[in-house]
Write a protein that binds this ligand. Structure first.
Ligand SMILES: Nc1ncnc2c1ncn2[C@@H]1O[C@H](COP(=O)(O)OP(=O)(O)O)[C@@H](O)[C@H]1O
Ligand SMILES: [Mg+2]
Ligand SMILES: [Zn+2]
Length: 273
């Protein structure tokens, strides 16, 4: 009997009436009666939209915080000239189109590649847009994924800076913080591998690549050298690590600036004729 009364009480507590939302039109508004007061909940679709908007804002704020932590360690999240989405990579021939499509597909299916620890390896002539395309990947994954960008020599210099700071000068970060960032970033763009052959950087390079490899974390490695050349410069252990879970993209077209100079000269000559 008591139970029956309780059920009735609950039933009468719930209210509903027809409502009108400027955005969503007519709807059934839910409400509740509490100690004799009526409370109305408004448009459920508006509420859901507001909840989603708030979740997006929270995600953005968290992502900005992560980018900021890379900035503290490496000066910038991305180099200023490359802080642009993937679409800013202009495609003017088929080979560039292939490279762009690989990068675009990588972004689209990043969650799968991430779980498999699969990365990319960009190799080829200087000035062909390797850094630009890789930074485009990072930028396009933001804010879902906040990856880290660093060049090998910059990482090496910063690590050495923390050693010096032990004897007086203070660096705003520790070696452990720097290494943790590159070891654990959900995606690392590791640029200029092998450009400057500092022997001490070879060890650091292998440590970073190998740690990420062991933890199934994806890396985009960038080098002017091929895997074979890297192998003879550093070690075959390194090139095997890079090769096993990375798709190699060869940037073998005319460097961007040269191509533009050629175009400008071409136009100029035409104008003269
Ligand atoms: N496809 C492209 N579209 C627009 N700009 C490009 C493209 N490729 C290269 N660039 C520009 O050319 C310059 C060299 O590119 P960069 O990414 O530094 O080459 P790499 O890393 O291969 O040496 C940069 O200023 C870059 O913005
Ligand atoms: Mg570059
Ligand atoms: Zn509404």
């Amino acid at each position: 009997m008591q139970k029956h009364e309780l059920q009735n009480a609950t039933a009468t507590d719930r209210l509903s009436r027809s409502g009108y939302c400027k955005k969503h039109g007519e709807y059934v508004e839910a409400g509740r009666k509490l100690f004799g007061h009526e409370i109305w909940f408004g448009c459920a679709k508006c509420e859901e939209e507001e909840r989603k908007r708030q979740a997006e804002l929270d995600k953005l704020e968290e992502a900005r915080g992560r980018a900021w932590s890379y900035r503290v360690l490496f000066g910038e999240w991305l180099p200023k000239a490359f802080d642009l989405p993937l679409e800013s990579f202009e495609v003017v021939d088929a080979a560039m189109g292939d490279a762009y499509c690989i990068a675009e597909e990588y972004v689209r299916n990043f969650h799968r590649y991430r779980s498999e620890g699969r990365g990319l390896f960009f190799t080829g002539t200087a000035g062909t847009g390797k850094t630009k395309l890789a930074c485009g990947v990072l930028k396009s994954l933001f804010p879902d994924v906040v990856g880290c960008y660093v060049t090998l020599s910059d990482l090496g210099d910063r690590v050495r800076q923390t050693w010096r700071s032990a004897s007086g000068e203070s660096a705003p970060f520790t070696e452990a913080q720097l290494l943790n960032a590159v070891y654990r970033a959900p995606l690392l763009v590791f640029d200029e591998i092998g450009t400057i052959a500092k022997p001490q950087d070879g060890e650091l390079l292998f440590k970073v690549i190998n740690t990420r490899y062991s933890n199934l974390l994806p890396t985009i490695g960038i080098s002017n050298l091929s895997l074979t050349e890297l192998c003879s410069l550093y070690s075959d252990r390194l090139s095997r690590r890079l090769e096993e879970r990375s798709r190699t993209v060869v940037f073998d077209w005319t460097p961007w600036q040269e191509r533009h100079q050629q175009n400008e000269n071409g136009l100029f000559q035409e104008g003269e004729r």
